[in-house]
Design a protein around this ligand. Structure first.
Ligand code: FAD
Length: 493
């Protein structure tokens, strides 16, 4: 049996802990916060339960596989609900589109909302996306990436032509989609990896395909329940989870990871260290030496993912709204320019896309009211070079602006908000120790981005990375996949 220390009890850390405990390792998870979940956070207030992070679950089979591999099925602890309408979109020209959860119904819904022929355009793009998925998901998402994979892929000319690694998502859109509203729809999926569609690879076309093929899901009671279910699974298998315990150093001995030091000076010896903390912190702060320097330099060369400004609203007497709703802006490029600091330093978006998640779930709000999660893209917290989200008044000003914008776009709840909590990029950084509050680690901006994502097996023997800032990237399903990869690399005790 090996002693494994996992740094961080986010989804990635807990999923890895459960898998490694199931493989017979003695696992201790150390989490700096007072609760588990990391970015999958929950806040309770006056009878309301707010998810602070994810509101949409895709690829539920990835979670189901995790639970099956480690004990009783997921359905026993966490029943999931598939949404009939994946999302209601409102475009800048006022057009409304209810995108059905059933992919077979999507082309007709597009034709009806956006005009004849748009359904065929989207269907052709999704057919291409399915091919890209078939080629890439096993070697790129479900396996540890090595530079050799690039070579392997480039050996098959046919495959390369389909994946088109030289092409951007925006470039692919211009080939298939002739309606600007369809293009805005596709652009939005780049933000699911915290990226800019003008620089992100065309392979991200798989994101909408995955969402449509595997469905959009909700966890009744709030997505935060997933963190509790993972905690229970890991503990049932014998993992120990220690809260309020910040790791300040990854220790090495004989050229390999040998444990961690906590902020209070406690040393936990380990045969294997699995870091769920952000990769930039692992190599920039927790580990020292040439390996850390090299990896930290490599990460600095990538573009960090964007962050978000989240408004958690307790809404009285709520209007009828779809579970998920997106209000597109007049100028999407201005939004990407602002959050990624093009044509000036990174800055809050003046007229951002607004996303509203308003679950009709009596478990998360008292009768006659609803919890709303409102999210806009935001630049990272970067006082030195971009936006200082701790600047007095900025967060509340931006939050007011978002509610005004919603009102302008036809959804005015300003007088019905009984309570609001705003989570800024700076607050996200403090809560989860994620540098800048980046939601998804490194972005996919740039053709080689997938290969620059920190590897799950660190160059330092005995150290592994799990979670959204390492391969295969952020978002719940990919984070759960990364735990499977890491457990596979470490193997049974
Ligand atoms: C606003 C928002 C909306 C999102 N929406 C969605 C969505 O709808 N769907 C979706 O799939 N994904 C969504 N995501 C992304 C998703 O939440 C993340 O990809 C995922 O939760 C990341 O999990 P993780 O385990 O990789 O990292 P984290 O959740 O960041 O966990 C890392 C953990 O490590 C701990 N830690 C860090 N440093 C230390 C240290 N030195 N010592 C001890 N502990 C440490 C942190 O406290 C944290 O608990 C969203 C995220 C945010 C913030």
């Amino acid at each position: 049996m090996s002693r494994v220390v996992v740094i961080g009890a986010g989804v990635g850390g807990l999923a890895a802990a459960a898998r490694l405990a199931a493989l017979g390792h003695a696992v201790t998870v150390v989490e700096q916060a007072a609760e588990v979940g990391g970015k999958l956070g929950t806040i309770q207030h006056d009878g309301f339960t707010f998810d602070t992070g994810p509101s949409l679950l895709t690829m539920p089979h990835v979670l189901e596989e995790l639970f099956d591999a480690t004990g009783a099925p997921l359905s026993e602890s966490l029943p999931l609900e598939r949404l009939e309408t994946a999302c209601r979109y409102r475009f800048a020209d006022g057009t409304l589109l209810d995108l059905p959860g059933d992919p077979a119904l999507i082309p007709d819904a597009l034709d009806a909302a956006l005009g004849a022929g748009t359904g065929d355009q989207w269907a052709a793009l999704m057919a291409r996306a399915e091919q890209v998925w078939e080629i890439t998901h096993e070697p790129f998402l479900e396996s540890p990436i090595t530079p050799g994979d690039m070579v392997r892929l480039s050996r098959s000319i046919g495959d390369v032509a389909t994946v088109a690694p030289w092409r951007t998502l925006r470039g692919l859109a211009s080939h298939y989609l002739h309606d600007p509203r369809l293009r805005a729809l596709l652009d939005r999926y780049a933000t699911y990896t915290g990226s800019d569609p003008r620089r992100a690879p065309a392979a991200l076309v798989t994101v909408p395909w995955v969402e449509q093929a595997y469905g959009s899901w909700y966890v009744p009671g709030g997505l935060g329940r997933l963190g509790t279910a993972l905690l229970e699974r890991a503990c049932d298998l014998g993992a120990e989870v220690v809260l309020d315990a910040e790791v300040v150093e990854v220790l090495t001995s004989g050229g390999r990871a040998s444990g961690v030091r906590l902020a209070d000076g406690t040393v936990l010896a380990a045969d294997v260290v699995v870091a769920n903390a952000d990769a930039a912190s692992v190599y920039g702060r927790l580990l020292t030496g040439p390996v850390a320097d090299r990896e930290a330099r490599r990460i600095r060369r990538t573009t960090p993912s964007l962050s978000g400004l989240a408004l958690l609203l307790a809404v009285d007497d709520p209007p009828e709204v779809a579970h998920h709703q997106v209000f597109f802006p007049e100028d999407y490029d201005a939004e990407f320019d602002a959050v990624f600091g093009r044509r000036g330093p990174a800055r809050p978006v003046e007229r951002p896309t607004v996303y509203v998640s308003a679950p009709r779930d009596p478990a998360v709000a008292p009768p006659g009211s609803q919890t709303w999660f409102v999210l806009v893209n935001a630049p990272r917290h970067d006082p030195a070079h971009g936006t200082d989200w701790d600047e007095p008044g900025l967060v509340e000003h931006q939050a007011d602006l978002v509610l005004d914008l919603l009102a302008e776009r036809g959804l005015d709840v300003r007088s019905r908000v009984r309570h609001r909590t705003v989570v800024s990029p700076a607050e996200l950084e403090r809560r989860t120790l994620t540098p800048g509050g980046s939601i998804y680690g490194t972005s996919s901006n740039g053709a080689r981005a997938a290969f620059q994502c920190p590897a799950n097996r660190s160059p330092l023997p005995g150290l592994y990375l799990v979670g959204g800032s390492s391969h295969p990237g952020g978002g719940l399903p990919l984070v759960v996949m990364s735990a499977r990869i890491v457990a596979g690399l470490i193997g049974p005790a």
